[in-house]
Design a protein around this ligand. Structure first.
Ligand code: PHB
Length: 388
């Protein structure tokens, strides 16, 4: 080859590599979230947290440029699945992530299996999700983890008779079942189990029923974002003045909306894996940075699922030295152990599910703002749904 031709080829190669056209040079993560519609707060929180993680940790890892491709599935399962397929086939993403609701994760599981692409669930929380594909890893939580903790706490604290009220789909049914089993085991009584539609729920008739049944407490699960409507109707039906206490999983007093709920939320006790007021240096740093980057928005448990999910992805990329390959990445995600803003957590290599502390928290006002303040903790809680 002539000298000039070699030089020309090298210049061309330089341009090619320099513009990032060399596919091997980038590492693409497809982040599929509900960015519009009733569950848009979940998408907003997770995207903001993923971007914060990248801003804090750099976008070049072992020589690869990490690219986040965000897609809005509008919380429609068929859209999630189609977007995942397009991301894998056309964009050649190495990891799929996000998944704001259980049906969205379940519809996409076959794509992960067929394409051998790790799928990191950052939000959805029905226990069975990780069993839908061997390529699923979870960094959110499971409802049984939270529900069992409350089934132990409530009867030890003067709550003997309960009515449960849950959203009528996977996570609500998990919450109802695992709370009830443990509560009955501890000598409690469940007067009624009520299920409300997941989309556009009207809580009023159900709350009227709760009033008539006069339990010591109402136990609830509603997905993140729906707590405001429930609380409003709780007050409108006069339940706040009825002496019926409100308990549940921490989804109902979600940090994103808690401050807007007002006095009705004071004293509500919930069990959950994350509170923005979790007392640790790592969490303080996370909350401060998140608020600074997002106009004062308080991060909720969805944000933490997204932040930790990016950590799991980054470390898998690092451990595999940028070689890629779904199986190698998946292997490097299993067994990761680290301190999250939620506290210590790890990814159980057997179940691919998250193991972390569950805290009992009470809503209190601190410096004029409402927080879920943690006052008891259960250490290293595995998903109780997996042992059945
Ligand atoms: C779910 O659909 O799995 C889900 C959504 C929101 C939550 C919890 C679980 O807050």
């Amino acid at each position: 080859m002539k000298k000039r031709t070699v030089l020309g080829a090298l210049v061309l190669l330089g341009v090619w590599v320099g513009t990032g056209a060399w596919a091997q040079d980038s590492f693409k993560v497809g982040l599929i979230l509900p960015m519009t519609g009733p569950f848009a707060s979940t998408g907003k929180q997770i995207e903001a947290a993923a971007r914060l993680y990248m801003a804090q940790n750099g976008t070049t890892v072992v020589g690869k440029k990490v690219e986040l491709i965000v897609k809005d599935d509008t919380a429609a399962p068929d859209v999630t699945k189609r977007l995942a397929q397009e991301l894998v086939v056309n964009e050649k993403v190495q990891v799929l992530a996000g998944f704001g609701l259980t049906p969205l994760a379940l519809s996409t599981a076959p794509i992960a299996t067929q394409s051998k692409t790790p799928l990191v669930v950052m939000a959805a929380a029905t226990s069975s999700i990780t069993q839908a594909s061997p390529y699923i890893i979870r960094t959110s939580f499971t409802l049984p983890q939270a529900a069992v903790a409350m089934g132990d706490w409530a009867p030890r604290n003067g709550i003997k008779k309960v009515v449960s009220l849950v959203s009528d789909y996977g996570p609500g049914i998990d919450a109802e079942k695992f709370f009830k089993d443990r509560f009955l085991f501890n000598g409690g009584q469940v007067l009624e189990t009520l299920r409300v539609p997941m989309r556009n729920p009207d809580f009023a008739p159900f709350l009227q029923k709760v009033r008539d049944l006069k339990p010591d407490a109402l136990y609830v699960f509603v997905p993140s974002g729906a707590g405001t409507a429930l609380m409003k109707q709780f007050v409108e039906r006069g339940l706040d003045k009825s002496g019926i206490r409100l308990i549940g999983t921490g989804d109902v007093t979600d940090d994103d909306i808690l401050n807007g709920m007002g006095d009705v939320a004071l004293g509500v006790v919930t069990s959950h894996h994350y509170s923005a007021s979790h007392d640790s240096p790592i969490n303080k740093k996370f909350v401060d940075a998140f608020q600074k980057a997002n106009g004062g928005l308080r991060p909720n448990f969805m944000a933490v699922g997204g932040y930790d999910g990016m950590r799991v992805i980054y470390e898998a990329l690092r451990a595999t030295k940028g070689q890629g390959g779904g199986d190698a990445l998946l292997a490097a995600m299993k067994g990761q152990i680290f301190e999250s803003p939620r506290g210590p957590m790890f990814i159980d290599a057997q179940t691919r599910d998250v193991v972390h502390n569950i805290y009992i928290r009470k809503v209190e006002r601190v410096n004029g703002q409402l927080f879920n303040n943690e006052f008891e903790s259960l250490k290293d809680v595995k998903d109780p749904g997996k042992s059945r």
